[in-house]
Design a protein around this ligand. Sequence first.
Ligand SMILES: Nc1ncnc2c1ncn2[C@@H]1O[C@H](COP(=O)(O)OP(=O)(O)O)[C@@H](O)[C@H]1O
Ligand SMILES: O=c1ccn([C@@H]2O[C@H](COP(=O)(O)OP(=O)(O)O)[C@@H](O)[C@H]2O)c(=O)[nH]1
Length: 828
Amino acid sequence: MWRRVASLSSSLISSSNSSFLGQVLVSSFSAPIFIKKNQTAYRFNIWESLTTGISQQANGAVGSKERTPFITFVLGGPGSGKGTQCIKIVETFGFKHLSAGDLLRREIACNTADGAMILDTIKEGKIVPSEVTVKLIQKEIESSDNHKILIDGFPRSEENRIAFEKIIGAEPNIVLFFDCPEEEMVKRVLSRNQGRVDDNIDTIRKRLKVFEALNLPVINYYSQRGKLYTINAVGTVDEIFEQVRPVFNSFESNPKMVALLSPSFHSTTLTFHCSSKGKKNKRREQLNRKQLQKSKRIAFPFPESSPTPLLINYKPFTQTRLQALDAVVQDLEASVEKGIKIDTEIFASLLETCYQLNSIDHGIKVHSLIPKTLLRRNTGISSKLLRLYASCGHIESAHQVFDEMYKRNESAFPWNSLISGYAELGQYEDALALYFQMEEEGVEPDRFTFPRALKACAGIGMIQIGEAVHRDVVRKGFGNDGFVLNALCDMYAKCGDIVKARRVFDSIIYKDMVSWNSMLTSYIRHGLLFEALEVFRGMIEEGFDPDPVAISTVLSGFSSLKIAAQIHGWVLRRGIEWNLSVVNALVLVYSKHEKFDQASWLFHWMPERDIVSWNSIISGHCKHQQALKYFEQMESSGTSPDTITFVAILSVCAHLGLVKDGEQLFSLMRKKYAINPTMEHYACMVNLYGRAGMIDEAYNLIVERMEFDAGPTVWGALLYACSVHGNVDIGEIAARNLFELEPDNEHNFELLMKIYSNAGRLEDVERRACGNSPDFTQQFKALIIFNTNQTLRQVVQNIGIALVDWFRTFGLILLGAESKKELMDNGL
Ligand SMILES: Nc1ncnc2c1ncn2[C@@H]1O[C@H](COP(=O)(O)OP(=O)(O)O)[C@@H](O)[C@H]1O
Ligand SMILES: O=c1ccn([C@@H]2O[C@H](COP(=O)(O)OP(=O)(O)O)[C@@H](O)[C@H]2O)c(=O)[nH]1
């Protein structure tokens, strides 16, 4: 099955945009500035190819074959994501997509004269002779009604490039290069799963070599010609496309800045994007015009028109959205300094962008530029600012903005943001206080209010408050709202009432993935695995494909190798095996079952890793030296370990008796990563010393270095160590602390008795049992358990000895003489 189905859509932009652009373009072209400014015929062709396309489209006509094609070469190594991005470019900008590889494979499939030769070449990862490929491309271009052409995966060599220029008689207008690390490309190609003869590890290696040797010179050539746009091809498909978009947007959004990919250009595009979000195109047009007019008056934020880099040897570059945002904010600061009045829309749009990019630093800068009265008066701007602060955890600043708003009771939006901010920070009481305050102040909640309030109810685990919110849900008419019901189901489950959670779940008429996942997770959390499986099955029966959330939930919930293997097979067939949460869960399950080969293989090839991935592989190797290697790799990969990582790695050191390494890591945690040790870390350290028999060091750590009182895990680790190494004095101290902290835990008494008993101090066993302890009955009970266990152990031992004797006697009688001798010789 071939990969790409190129859309033949020729629309470059939406019709409303095109009419606007059409107008501006016409006026731009008639404006002498463009003709005067040394623009060559070639440049004109680029313009023409785009503009005429747009205007023709507006008139209902599609491009003509006489028109000069606008050619984009899409380059990058195998698996860099060229084809994937081309599909998005076609969808968004209406290009004709020609994949050189697909054209060649079509020849193979059609068994043409060149088919066999092409197959052999592709199998070897080599390059098909230029004239064959160029002829195929030429045919496609000539027969295309669309003159905007994307040529994907070509030219692959300088020879290819020269042949193209010679035969087609043109150069590309733009060259996109998807820059991707080799390891990543290999992973992607191996998981492409399209049955291609060349997607195997041997051919991939060859293709990579060919790419490096032959394709990179082509890329360099276009870089020198100022035509290359390098895209960082690591990230999600959408993130990558966000880098591609501005390259093509330059031809769409502002004729004055065509191909002028300067930071300011991006900034402008970005601002338009943000401000137009969710608004009518008309508004966007007005805004664009306004911006254009402004650009004539002031420096901000438009650059002066200058020769296009597509024509001169200027090396354009693409930016990340964050860089673009940075540039706009800088322009904004400069403009404000010059006393220029900034349009309200710009503030609103920038705050929206800061929110989307989670960029609190830029948000704070923008905040400082907004006049105070405007901020108080304009609910739109203050609500966006508040939401930004709240979502980034700056809850006090958010609350301050909220307090200063003149009309905060007009809508639930600012309330929702603040409730959400508190709930996210775990300040559930504050979140709920705000929820109830809303009612007092007569603010109508909306469907977004309830899920936030319910999250807070779940957080404090108070079902009564949850039920009160449930009543409000019904009273306010949201009782059938699936979005709200999902949150209710989750709340009941988290508050421990799984039956009510199920009832709410059953009442959702149109269940979505969130409903199914929420019920599934709830059952798993309650240990109701049978019910969880039933929900999983129900989900499939209802036609829902379990998504990565459901799959990883089941994988981690069941932790069964058999289920993991089945699910692994299933995800492979669905092509989602490299989804981050799925592969993380698989790594963990395989490691838990000591299937280290599978776990390491998956880990090695996973396309992206997050902290969970590293934690999974490290804790999976909790008894192996390899964990330390993973830790080093993690550090050198630039991922910062978190508290969980340190718990995992310190446990590894404890298991392996690596005291020095453990100590170093413990100090590294605070010094390098500014992570304050928690109770778990101290428990790991006590365990580390304890297992190594360094009881005094363990004890000193607790009494001298801990910043807070040790809890049961820490004292428990010490007591265990004392029982293993027979340290009665410190064991007694640990036990005394434990008796206070968890008087009901019989295990502590048992351990202490064991320590006494091993030390031959049976009188202390008696003394403990009859001593003036805070809880005599408990200790007495423990003593009985201890003795019973001892007795039982004794009985089992005795039975064991008797059985062995029996087998010796009767076994020898039954066995032949030779076998008997063999056994005797071996001392049995
Ligand atoms: N950004 C991405 N992250 C992860 N996988 C990707 C990404 N882009 C593409 N892929 C996957 O990688 C494989 C190769 O992508 P493809 O577009 O066919 O590459 P190319 O055309 O460069 O050879 C495909 O299976 C595709 O689904
Ligand atoms: O212009 C081209 C394009 C492709 N190929 C051959 O087709 C294979 C697959 O190319 P494609 O672009 O489909 O895949 P990718 O290299 O992106 O994995 C290459 O390895 C080459 O053998 C070629 O010879 N000339």
